[in-house]
Design a protein around this ligand. Structure first.
Ligand code: SF4
Length: 399
């Protein structure tokens, strides 16, 4: 484990680098990272070398490090878990020396005061809370700090001038029923937390297979079944989004069908890359009544100075995200991030395709049994329709 380009959330996260460390001792029962790779450890020497040698390195990670892009710590571990915090503190100093800022994702833990004293800038902290009931937290997140201590952490971070958003990820009605959800969000809004990242629970067969009996019991068989569904029920998350928005907060969920300023703080504070949410915000401004979107407009909006440079890591941005689709594609391996975005754009089976968002339909002709897809005359790429007011998933059929 070391530093890598954040391929898994390319077009989702504005932070282009992430660092993974050791197995996370917070031990959340549904942690995808612990369930996927239970024995992972940080390769300390290799990671130090990545930072120290980034000026010589030819890869994308070296490029992003030397261009002073920020790093997410972490999507796959808690940097303040007992298994990680000592190394986190050492790496903060190395990142400071290399002028890479850090964005933290945490449930709290050890070493946070020391970390704060090492930072000479105000950063963004994403603090996760999925329950209000601490007895439930003990069963589901046995190694993680109490819920009360997370509120105290948020208060401290805000009082020191840092920004905080809260991840209710996963959001599960059984864990955070309506009354608890409202109490928690009202309290956080009063404290000054504006941004909330909401996602549903998801577990694949391998992850369920890696759960201990105790973890399975804590989560419960009906929820495990629900978490494995390909077409999950979005009704609670839709309600939760509306509740937060009506209360003056901002929400982000992958593929949410609305504009959101959730990432504005990231863009203000850090050297970031554009996200699909930024593009959606752009579409709402430019096409309030809907409109046709071509590849050229999307790419011109999304592109960054390095998207046409060749990096060997680019291929993994498609291969690792959609292996089955990748195998059928021509023109592989992908050499540039522009090529990766083109693949996302033109292959609606890739989960990163805009088609997965209800705001975008593929502009098609024929009938819904045998549609043909309209393609742009200039570049032969799919044309999307931006549904400014999506109801159900629309397909635009033109007879
Ligand atoms: S805190 Fe995050 S990384 Fe750690 S076990 Fe929980 S979900 Fe996994």
């Amino acid at each position: 484990m070391s530093i890598s380009a954040y391929a898994g959330e390319f077009t989702i996260s504005p932070i282009p680098l992430e660092m993974s460390m050791n197995y996370c001792s917070h031990k959340c029962a549904v942690c995808f990272a612990n369930l996927n790779q239970p024995g992972r450890t940080l390769d300390v020497k290799a990671t130090i070398n990545q930072i120290k040698n980034c000026n010589k390195g030819k890869g994308l990670t070296s490029y992003l490090l030397r261009e002073k892009y920020p790093i997410l710590l972490s999507n796959r571990v808690d940097p303040f878990a007992k298994t990680n915090y000592r190394q986190t503190l050492s790496f903060i100093e190395l990142f400071n020396a290399n002028e890479n800022k850090i964005v933290f994702q945490t449930r709290g833990g050890d070493g946070i005061d020391e970390a704060l004293s090492l930072l000479d800038y105000k950063t963004h902290w994403y603090v996760s809370i999925s329950q209000l009931n601490d007895d439930l937290r003990k069963k589901l997140e046995p190694g993680a700090p109490t819920i009360q201590s997370r509120f105290e952490l948020i208060e401290k971070l805000l009082s020191k001038g840092h920004s905080v958003s809260v991840g209710i990820n996963p959001l599960v009605e059984e864990w955070l029923p309506v009354a608890d959800f409202q109490e928690m969000v009202d309290r956080l809004l009063d404290m000054g937390v504006k941004g909330y990242w909401l996602e549903l629970i998801h577990l694949n067969a391998k992850q369920v297979g890696n759960m201990s009996e105790k973890e399975k019991l804590a989560v419960g068989s009906s929820l495990i079944k629900e978490a494995a569904k390909r077409t999950p029920n979005y009704s609670y998350i839709d309600w939760a989004r509306e509740y937060i928005q009506d209360s003056g907060g901002e929400v982000f969920s992958i593929n949410q069908p609305n504009a959101s300023s959730f990432f504005d703080d990231y863009h203000k504070k850090f050297k970031t890359i554009k996200t699909n949410q930024d593009f959606i915000n752009h579409c709402f401004k430019k096409y309030p009544n809907g409109g046709e979107i071509k590849w050229h407009e999307y790419y011109e909006f999304m592109k960054e100075p390095f998207y046409e440079q060749e990096f060997s890591e680019a291929d993994g941005f498609v291969y690792r995200i959609a292996r089955n689709v990748y195998k059928k594609l021509e023109n592989t391996p992908f050499k540039t991030l522009k090529g990766v975005l083109e693949a996302y754009w033109d292959n609606i089976d890739i989960p990163k395709s805009l088609f997965n968002n209800d705001l975008f339909s593929v502009l098609s002709y024929g009938s819904d049994k045998k549609p043909g897809t309209y393609r742009c005359k200039e570049d032969s790429k799919i044309i999307y329709w931006f549904n400014a007011e999506p109801s159900d998933k629309l397909r635009h059929f033109i007879e």
